[in-house]
Design a protein around this ligand. Structure first.
Ligand code: NAD
Length: 462
């Protein structure tokens, strides 16, 4: 049984039966049998079904937000933000799938009025049955980035929600089924990593994973010999540089939100801040003031900005990062400890005098903690920002567009932010480099990710 624990109260809110290797195989066999008929339906029908799903999400926003907050501790307001932003993401896929999948005639013609000797066409076919193994931190976003385009393009989806958000996973399945997605085409697999590895052991046609680098590597290794499509959206250690000409106050407000929203449990949370020496004192003062204004507490309360962590184990990781930093010479300006009492709470933590010998500047923290480092010039900032195993996002704060673009062009990251951070757009590819992953979701690339091209060479008999 899977115990669903509310991280704010530490009480068990539900116990759910988990899948076994046998039940997962049976789900796979049924999905494989059902998928060709789903793919054969006109795209317009699948669009209609996913439109109904979109509408149901809007209709049930409040209940879904309460459920999400109670199982993973996200402040209710932030759960509402996630769910309210979902229709915009779904709309992108509803509006762009048809054009992205339209077969293309790319024949070579010497003269536009003469038919080509050989007609050359590109069309797209679904992958088949795919595994969607998901994380808990933004289960609506990271799940829908995969299952919405996967379903629209005619695939069957074996969806494994995180063991920390199984209730949200079940709600998503229920709403998809009520909207008209056949029960064998979208199937929820419940369980921990054991269920995930039983799923990837099956002859699936693709695996789309969101989670940690360590698990991503395990999954890539486990399917390597089968040469199936693998996409991995992994962690980050995302840096931002505040230039000497940036407005310290507004940069501090933006970056404090980028670092502490969802208790820092975002793949693209700001995890490292570098500040030009001429702006350092002003920035640090404004940053600390902003973080002090964040209300920590019950996620169900309207004014709570920082709730508990979703996972108790992460408290030890944060403690260890703080101790490591302090031993190596860092200074604590705020927090640095867990909160007494019930719930997995960690005090918002700001460390300065940090450097790259410290774990807090190298390893993903995934919690309400940030290191701020002084740099002398843009060159040093660029080299520090690129000194990482990850490569998800990177940003710069400056009023100077040219300076920003020049700095951002030198950063080895999938997303580049100017005067913003912790931002995802359905119109842009979401893509990590190095240990942050491979492949892209969202944008037209996040539609093409779920199909395989077919190249047609068509020659009429002479
Ligand atoms: P995790 O790696 O612990 O688990 C992710 C999923 O993988 C869960 O469903 C889990 O049950 C499953 N799993 C675990 N072991 C498995 C195995 N051997 N085989 C198959 N499946 C297995 O990650 P998490 O704690 O759920 O998520 C946090 C991580 O996800 C952070 O590193 C975060 O940065 C990252 N993340 C990345 C993105 C992105 O878009 N790049 C988005 C959200 C989260």
């Amino acid at each position: 049984m899977l115990k669903v624990v509310n991280p704010a109260t530490e009480t068990v809110i539900r116990e759910l039966p988990t899948d076994t290797p046998e039940s997962i195989r049976a789900h796979f066999e049924r999905a494989k049998a059902a998928q060709p008929a789903w793919a054969a339906r006109p795209l317009a029908e699948r669009i209609e079904i996913l439109t109904r799903f979109r509408d149901k999400i809007i209709q049930h926003t409040d209940t879904l937000a309460n459920q999400l907050s109670s199982e993973m501790g996200k402040p209710r307001k932030q759960s509402l933000n996630e769910i309210r932003a979902l229709p915009d993401r779904i709309d992108f896929f509803l509006q762009h799938t048809e054009a992205t999948l339209r077969p293309q005639d790319v024949s070579f013609r010497t003269d536009p009025n003469t038919p080509p000797a050989t007609q050359e066409m590109i069309s797209y076919e679904p992958l088949g049955v795919i595994a969607n193994i998901s994380a808990w931190n933004y289960p609506y976003f990271v799940g829908s980035n995969v299952f919405v385009p996967a379903l629209l393009t005619g695939n069957a989806v074996l969806y494994k929600p995180s063991e920390y958000t199984p209730l949200t996973g079940l709600s998503i399945a229920q709403l998809l089924h009520e909207s008209g997605v056949p029960s064998d085409i979208f199937v929820t697999i419940l369980g921990t990593g054991t269920a995930g590895s039983a799923l990837t052991a099956l002859p699936i046609h693709g695996v789309f994973f969101t989670g940690s680098h360590a698990t991503g590597v395990k999954i890539a290794q486990s399917v390597a010999s089968r040469l199936i499509k693998v996409q991995l959206e992994l962690g980050g250690k995302d840096p931002t540089y505040v230039c000497d000409d940036a407005d310290a106050k507004s940069a501090a407000i933006g970056l404090a939100d980028g670092a502490f929203y969802n208790a820092g449990q975002s793949c693209c949370s700001v995890e490292r801040i570098y500040v030009h020496q001429d702006n350092y004192d002003a920035f640090v003062a404004a940053f600390v003031e902003e973080v002090q204004s964040f209300k920590v507490g019950d996620p169900m309360k309207e004014d709570t900005y920082i709730g508990p962590l979703a996972r108790k184990e992460q408290l030890d990781v944060l403690d260890a990062q703080v101790q490591d930093a302090l031993q190596k010479g860092a200074r604590l300006l705020l927090g640095g400890h867990r909160l007494q009492g019930t719930g997995y709470y960690y005090a918002p933590t700001v460390l300065v005098d940090v450097d790259h010998s410290m774990d807090v500047m190298r390893e993903e923290s995934f919690g309400p903690i940030i290191g701020i480092q002084k740099v002398h010039d843009d060159q040093e900032a660029i080299s520090k920002m690129n000194d990482t195993a990850y490569g998800l996002t990177a940003g710069v704060y400056t009023p100077d567009a040219q300076r920003a673009k020049s700095i951002l062009s030198h950063l080895n990251a999938g997303s580049a932010y100017w005067n913003c951070c912790d931002r995802v757009s359905p119109r842009l590819p979401w893509t990590g480099r190095q240990h942050s992953g491979i492949g892209s979701t969202l944008s037209h690339l996040g539609i093409l990710a779920f199909v395989q091209p077919k190249a047609w060479h068509l020659r009429s008999p002479a």
